[in-house]
Design a protein around this ligand. Structure first.
Ligand code: NAP
Length: 231
């Protein structure tokens, strides 16, 4: 049976990934900051026995180390770096970026996914599928950026793309794949109510891309419907 580990599983796309993988029979490690307050996840855990909820704030790199040690013996087929933040860069009256919020964006959106990949690499290498997935955003595409704005978010996702491409090249020899996914504009707390698609559609599409992944695609930036995206 396959195993998936998902960060940011409390709500939005992370929760939907958990729902779909649990219902498909995968062993699902659902990581969230506050398991006690994770109402929907706990409901899922009361209905299915193939889900395990773990505490993880990815901005605390020591917590990543500890969880990796705790799960040292578990082969992980697919790691999904889903947790992310959108820091509003217009918050300051001066109009200047909030540099602390920018650091936090890089920590959560860029560095933590790399740390997850590095720390869980032994478990991933021992699995069948051997795949690291990072949920990025089309807003991290420099080619696609024609409107500007959202400097903190865009730059942290562009850096995530760059870091994941490096990992893809470094890990290919070991048959470990890296996939960078854009989920579409999705109705979640982050995407808002005007978004174009719901979480079910986005995650169904991303799961299909994940299911059909082959190592030649490693390091590619792909939309939830399988379309290849420009950097
Ligand atoms: P969301 O509804 O805002 O949910 C974000 C999730 O990330 C929450 O579960 C949150 O945990 C978790 N999270 C934030 N900081 C964390 C931390 N330090 N440690 C652990 N978990 C943390 O967002 P979403 O729409 O589901 O987004 C999921 C991913 O898709 C993100 O990487 C986002 O950038 C990307 N994305 C989304 C869209 C969209 O339209 N929605 C578009 C492009 C890309 P809590 O519940 O504890 O706060």
């Amino acid at each position: 049976m396959s195993t998936v580990l998902i960060t940011g599983a409390n709500r939005g796309l992370g929760l939907e990934f958990c729902r779909q993988y649990v219902q498909s029979g995968w062993t699902t490690i659902a990581c969230c900051r506050d398991p006690g307050g994770a109402v929907e996840l706990n409901k899922l855990a009361s209905q299915y026995n193939n889900i395990q909820i773990e505490t993880l704030d990815i901005s605390d790199l020591d917590q990543i180390d500890k969880l990796s040690h705790k799960l040292a013996d578990l082969p992980i087929d697919v790691l999904i770096n889903n947790a992310g933040i959108y820091a509003n860069d217009r918050i300051r009256a001066s109009g200047q970026p909030d540099y602390q919020a920018w650091n936090k964006s890089f920590l959560v959106n860029t560095q933590a996914p790399v740390k997850m990949a590095e720390d869980f690499l032994p478990q991933i290498k021992r699995s069948e599928k051997k795949l690291i997935v990072s949920i990025s955003s089309l807003m991290g595409s420099i080619t696609d950026n024609t409107s500007g704005g959202s400097i903190l978010y865009r730059s942290s996702k562009a850096a995530l793309n760059s870091a994941m491409k490096c990992l893809a090249l470094a890990l290919k020899e070991q048959s470990v794949g890296v996939l960078i996914l854009h989920p579409g504009w999705v109705k979640t707390d982050m995407g808002g109510i005007n978004a174009l698609i719901n979480a079910n559609e986005s995650v169904s599409g991303m799961r299909s891309v994940i299911d059909n992944f082959s190592l030649e695609q490693s390091g590619c930036f792909v939309k939830y419907d399988g379309t290849k995206l420009p950097w």
